[in-house]
Design a binder for this molecule. Structure first.
Ligand SMILES: Nc1ncnc2c1ncn2[C@@H]1O[C@H](COP(=O)(O)OP(=O)(O)OP(=O)(O)O)[C@@H](O)[C@H]1O
Ligand SMILES: [Mg+2]
Length: 260
């Protein structure tokens, strides 16, 4: 019962002759709040794709709660509680906030819903949608088309869709990407409120978000893990600082944006 939530061992991915993921090891105990950082192109999104099953690895293994899922389909991984969000929005922009989350809840339950109306058979789903909207502070936006709400709130809808899939392990790929800074606290609060029963891997460039969120972290550079462990130890690593800081990067790190 004490297996880690997620274990990645020696994971490799090549495109043509180009190694994008190189022998990556990662271990998330249950309830982890683990940040994955690294410069643009380091292979963070690719790693999320490999773990979620969207991309097939060339070699290595992935275990979810002690079960080998390396060759399990992406859809099956979702059913086993492994859920990801995307760096770029993947919502139905003309449907309402409610409808977007409703569709995800319906799909997760395997109900074939041809109608989005509120009929009695849909009551449990409606209850689930309302609970998610409430938790994310989106109830007032429920009837609005997603395209018409603030971008930070659209990212919350994306998180709501992930929650509709009842994740046990949640992979969040830059949830605050493109969100104006005034709206970032919305996302931080929402992530803060996720229960300890959900193990979280968060990719994020904004170091203020990382420092607030992470109990442990991993740094990727050119597809390889260059440091992993407690945030203060990782951030103090010479190798990490040299990857990020170079000659002029000092200010970038200190100002909160970890772009190389
Ligand atoms: N389908 C693909 N075919 C070829 N190369 C790819 C493919 N997908 C990603 N890459 C390359 O793999 C590397 C890692 O890309 P990835 O998107 O995983 O980086 P990232 O760390 O998520 O970057 P960012 O911080 O910009 O989101 C990049 O060099 C990218 O060009
Ligand atoms: Mg990425």
């Amino acid at each position: 019962m004490t297996e880690p939530a997620l274990v990645v061992r020696s994971l490799c991915k090549n495109y043509g002759g180009f190694a994008v993921t190189r022998n990556v090891d990662l271990e998330l105990p249950r309830g982890a709040r683990h940040a994955l950082i690294g410069p643009n192109g380091a292979g963070k999104t690719t790693l999320v794709g490999l773990i979620s099953g969207a991309i097939a690895a060339n070699s290595g293994t992935i275990e979810l709660f002690g079960r080998d899922i390396t060759t399990v389909s992406a859809a099956q991984r979702v059913k086993q509680g492994l859920v990801r969000t995307f760096q770029v929005n993947s919502l139905f922009p003309h449907l309402s906030v409610f409808q977007n989350i409703f569709l995800a809840c319906s799909e997760a339950r395997g109900t074939s819903q041809r109608m989005l109306g509120r009929t009695s058979g849909q009551k449990p789903i409606i209850g689930q949608v309302e609970a998610i909207l409430d938790m994310l502070g989106l109830s007032a936006d429920a009837g609005r088309p997603v395209a018409t709400i603030a971008y930070g709130r659209q990212r919350l809808v994306e998180l709501g869709i992930a929650l509709a899939l009842e994740p046990r392990v949640l992979l969040l790929d830059e949830p605050a990407a493109g969100v104006p800074s005034v709206e970032v606290p919305l996302l931080i609060h929402a992530i803060d409120r996720l229960g300890e029963d959900i193990t979280i891997l968060l990719i994020e460039h904004d170091m203020q978000i990382v420092q607030r969120f992470a109990r442990t972290m991993t740094v990727l550079a050119e597809g390889q893990v260059i440091a992993s462990g407690a945030p203060d130890v990782v951030m103090a690593s010479e190798q990490v600082r040299s990857v990020y800081l170079g000659k002029s990067g000092h200010q970038r790190f200190e100002s909160g944006k970890a772009h190389a």
